[in-house]
Design a protein around this ligand. Structure first.
Ligand code: C2E
Ligand code: CA
Ligand code: CA
Length: 445
C-alpha cells in the first residue's frame, strides 16, 4: 500500500482509500461516525470517487433500518442511539473497519469486493432475524437490504443515489425484511419512472398539462351543477400518465405549486371563454395539494389570480383532502381564514379514505363534503356498509353540509344515494372527466 505523506492535509484533495486510512490513523476521529464507530459520509464520498475512477468490480450493500423514528419514540433518544451503535459495531465486526459507512441516521453502506456479498448478506439476514438488546429492551428491527453492483448497475455517484433512493421508496410499504437485487424488472420500472419524472419536468416547462372536467349531478335539480377540474398529461411515448403518478412526483420534487398555478390559470381562462356556463353552475372545484396550502401566501395568491382574471370568488371551490385537513396547524388555519374572508368556499375531499373524524370536519369551515369512493364498496349488497354510509350522510346533512358522493358507477348506487338525501353525485354513471369540447356538448353549451 502506498501512502502519501501530506504535510498539510487540509490543502490537499484526499481521494484514495489509502489516504483516507492514513488520515484516520493520524487523527482517529476523522472520517469516523462518532455514534456508531463506522466510517462517515465523507469517507464514503472519497471511497465512491475511488471506486468510480478505478476499474474493478465492487458491490455496495445498503442496509437501511426501517421506521427508526418509531423506534426512537419507543426507546427514547439515548437508547435509540445505543441501538444504532449496536448495529454499527456488528456490521464493522463482520465486514471490517473501513468497509462500513453511515450514510444517514438509519442507513449504512457496506463496500465489498465482488464475490463476498452472498456470505455477508446471509450473515446480516441471520443477525437481523434475532433481536437487538438495548438497556434491557429487546428490539426486533425491520431492515431493507439493497445490493448494487458497480459498474453493472451504476457508473456514478448520482446514478447510485438515484437508484438506491428509488428502491428505498419502493420498500416503504412492504413487509419486514426486504432484499433488493437490481434485476431486469427493477431496471425496467426504474427507467420508466425516470422517464415519467423527466416527462413531468418537461410538461411543466412546456405547459403541456390539460384540464379535464368531470360534471357533478344534483339530485334535486336533476342536472349538472358543478364540475371538478382534473389534470391530464399525455406523453407521445409513454401514453397517458395517471394523475396519481404525476401529482406524487410533482409533490416530491416540489413542482406541484407550478402545476396548480398553470392549471388554475387554465380553469380561469376556461370560465372566461364560457362565462354563460356560470349561470348554470354553482362553481368549479379545484384540487389543492398540501404543498400549495403550505405557502404562507396561498389564499392571497389564488385570490389575486382570480381578481386579475375577473373571476368571482364564489365561482371556485377549492378541494382539500382529508389527509391535509387532519394535519391541521396554525398555518393552514390562516390560509383558510384568508379564503373565508374573501368568500372562497372549500370542500373536504376524500372523506372516509383515511383517518378524518368529525372533529377534523368541524374544525374547518367546509361548505361541502365529498364522501370517498371506497365507502361505496358493496353498499347495494351489504346492509352494514349501507347503514354506515347512510348514517354519515344523515349526520352531515343535519350539520348543514352539502354532500357529494364520489365514484358512483351504477344506477343502483345512484338511487340508494338519492333516497338517503345525498345532494350531488359524481361518477362514471353520469360522466367521466371530459375534455372541454365534449363537456360543452354534454352541458348543451
Ligand atoms: P380526486 O380528487 O379524488 O379525483 C377524483 C378521481 O376519481 C379522479 O381520478 C376521477 O377520474 C375518479 N373518478 C370519478 N368518478 C369515478 C368513478 O365512478 N369510478 C372510478 N373508479 N373513479 C372515478 P383522476 O382524474 O385519475 O385523479 C386522481 C387524483 O389525482 C385525484 O383524486 C386528485 O387527488 C389528483 N389530481 C388530479 N388532478 C389534480 C390537480 O390538478 N391537482 C391536484 N393537486 N391533484 C390532482
Ligand atoms: Ca378532488
Ligand atoms: Ca376525491
Amino acid at each position: 500500500m502506498s501512502i502519501k505523506h501530506y504535510t498539510d492535509p487540509e490543502l490537499l484533495e484526499i481521494n484514495t482509500l489509502e489516504n483516507a486510512i492514513y488520515m484516520a490513523m493520524q487523527n482517529p476521529s476523522a472520517y469516523i461516525d462518532s455514534e456508531t464507530g463506522t466510517s462517515d459520509e465523507q469517507a464514503f464520498l472519497i471511497q465512491m470517487k475511488n471506486v468510480t475512477e478505478q476499474s474493478g468490480k465492487k458491490v455496495f450493500l445498503v442496509v437501511h433500518i426501517r421506521q427508526m423514528h418509531h423506534i426512537e419514540m419507543l426507546l427514547g433518544y439515548e437508547n435509540s442511539r445505543r441501538l444504532l451503535a449496536e448495529v454499527g459495531h456488528y456490521l464493522t465486526a463482520l465486514c471490517g473497519k473501513f468497509c462500513v459507512f453511515r450514510n444517514a441516521e438509519d442507513t449504512f453502506t457496506i463496500l465489498l469486493d465482488e464475490g463476498k456479498e452472498e456470505h455477508i448478506k446471509g450473515q446480516i439476514k441471520k443477525r437481523f432475524e434475532q433481536d437487538f438488546h438495548v438497556s434491557g429492551n429487546s428490539i426486533s428491527l425491520n431492515e431493507v437490504m439493497i445490493t448494487l453492483h458497480y459498474p453493472r448497475d451504476f457508473c456514478s455517484l448520482a446514478e447510485y443515489r438515484a437508484l438506491y433512493g428509488y428502491l428505498l421508496e419502493a420498500a416503504q410499504n412492504s413487509g419486514k425484511q426486504i432484499f433488493f437485487e437490481v434485476d431486469e424488472a427493477v431496471k425496467k420500472d426504474y427507467y420508466r419512472r425516470n422517464k415519467v419524472e423527466q416527462a413531468v419536468d418537461r410538461a411543466i416547462t412546456e405547459n403541456r398539462f390539460e384540464v379535464y372536467y368531470q360534471p357533478v349531478y344534483s339530485t334535486e335539480k336533476n342536472d349538472f351543477v358543478t364540475l371538478e377540474a382534473l389534470s391530464r398529461l399525455h406523453h407521445p411515448e409513454l401514453g397517458w400518465i395517471a394523475p396519481d403518478v404525476f401529482i406524487q412526483i410533482a409533490e416530491k420534487n416540489h413542482m406541484i405549486e407550478q402545476i396548480t398555478d398553470l392549471q388554475f390559470k387554465r380553469v380561469c381562462m376556461f370560465i372566461n371563454e364560457h362565462r354563460d356556463l356560470m349561470k348554470k353552475l354553482f362553481n368549479i372545484k379545484v384540487n389543492l395539494s398540501s404543498l400549495d396550502l403550505m405557502r404562507s401566501d396561498c389564499s392571497s395568491h389564488f385570490i389575486r389570480m382570480m381578481d386579475d382574471m375577473d373571476i368571482h370568488h364564489d365561482w371556485i371551490q377549492f378541494e382539500i383532502t382529508e389527509t391535509v385537513a387532519t394535519e391541521y396547524n396554525a398555518g393552514l388555519g390562516m390560509v383558510i381564514d384568508g379564503f373565508m374572508a374573501a368568500g372562497v368556499r372549500l370542500c373536504l375531499d376524500d372523506f372516509g379514505s383515511g383517518y378524518a373524524n368529525l372533529n377534523t370536519v368541524m374544525r374547518l369551515p367546509f361548505s361541502a363534503i365529498k364522501i370517498d369512493r371506497t365507502l361505496l364498496f358493496d353498499i347495494c349488497n351489504d346492509k352494514k356498509r349501507a347503514m354506515f354510509y347512510q348514517s354519515i350522510v344523515e349526520t352531515f346533512r343535519r350539520m348543514g353540509y352539502s354532500i357529494v358522493s364520489e365514484g358512483v358507477e351504477t344506477e343502483e348506487e345512484m338511487s340508494l344515494l338519492s333516497s338517503w338525501g345525498v345532494d350531488m353525485i359524481q361518477g362514471y354513471y353520469f360522466s367521466r372527466p371530459l375534455p372541454v369540447d365534449e363537456l360543452l356538448k354534454l352541458l348543451n353549451m
